[in-house]
Design a protein around this ligand. Structure first.
Ligand SMILES: NC(=O)c1ccc[n+]([C@@H]2O[C@H](COP(=O)([O-])OP(=O)(O)OC[C@H]3O[C@@H](n4cnc5c(N)ncnc54)[C@H](O)[C@@H]3O)[C@@H](O)[C@H]2O)c1
Length: 243
């Protein structure tokens, strides 16, 4: 028996990286998934690999109409029990090098996208008997992260939005939690050189990056009924880097 047997899960930004690892793990645990992303080729290839247990929809998380399309795909599968608000961008610049356009771009994708997602899924999740929302924040939402003021603003926002939504949605049997990864080995960190990524490991007591699979393990737990009394929590998964 898989831990997500019979559940239907929507994953934003699910075509690659952590989202793709989560899609594979959700299916391995018995779920069916709707994968949303801007990357149509990667998204379609992943859905084909998951062979009947997944559909891909083109989805820009900043657009309400795209959330509607993703919800329609879930409804066609039979309902919705989980949402992973995973889509995100990381275009790091220091405070004095950040302009309003870069700041707003992060706010739209990372923060507004998460808000629109949480709001959009409620009616179908409630109709499906309740569910679990997992918001992918970052250690940049737990402490001051160097050289990434706009990204940090959005990841701190997700932490607070998670708690506010957890209170609002508890009566509807919907749990909401935030996950705070440290450095994870995905394409996102290619914005830095290999040497810069290596240097950052001096702040990680475990002296290595995490893997997308390790994040997927935590997310599966938060989506599953095993975490039935966990809501509004913020879980760091960072090799100790925020200790
Ligand atoms: N990699 C890390 O070190 C790290 C650390 C902490 C948190 N995170 C967070 O984890 C999440 C997943 O990141 P990842 O590491 O897999 O990186 P990634 O860049 O591989 O994945 C991000 C995905 O989001 C998608 N995306 C971007 N803008 C979108 C939009 N407007 N609409 C829909 N999809 C969009 C991208 O196409 C991509 O598939 C992000 O929220 C990121 O901020 C990553």
């Amino acid at each position: 028996m898989g831990r997500l047997n019979g559940k239907i899960i929507l994953i934003s930004g699910g075509a690659r990286g952590q989202g793709a690892a989560e899609a594979r793990r959700c299916v391995a645990e018995g779920a069916r998934v709707v994968i949303g992303d801007l990357l149509d080729d990667a998204g379609n290839a992943l859905a084909a690999e998951l062979n009947g247990a997944a559909v891909y929809v083109h989805q820009d998380v900043t657009k309400e109409a795209d959330w509607d399309a993703a919800l329609q795909a879930a409804e066609a599968m039979g309902g919705l029990h989980g949402l992973i608000n995973n889509a995100g961008i990381y275009q790091p610049k220091r405070l004095m090098d950040t302009d309003a356009e870069l700041f707003e771009r992060h706010m739209r994708v990372n923060q507004l996208g998460c808000f629109l997602g949480m709001k959009a899924v409620v009616p179908l999740m409630e109709k499906s008997g309740g569910g679990s929302i997992v918001n992918i924040s970052s250690t940049a939402g737990l402490r001051g992260s160097p050289g990434a003021i706009a990204y940090s603003a959005t990841k701190w926002a997700l932490r607070g939005m998670t708690k506010a939504a957890a209170v609002d949605l508890a009566p509807r049997k919907i749990r909401v939690n935030s996950v705070h990864p440290g450095p994870i080995d995905t394409d996102m960190l290619k914005v830095r050189t290999a040497e810069e990524n290596e240097q950052r490991l001096q702040f990680v007591p475990m002296k290595r990056m995490g893997t997308a699979d390790e994040i997927a393990s935590l997310v599966v737990y938060l989506l599953s009924d095993e975490s039935g009394y966990v809501t509004g929590a913020e879980v760091a998964i960072d090799g100790g880097s925020t200790l």
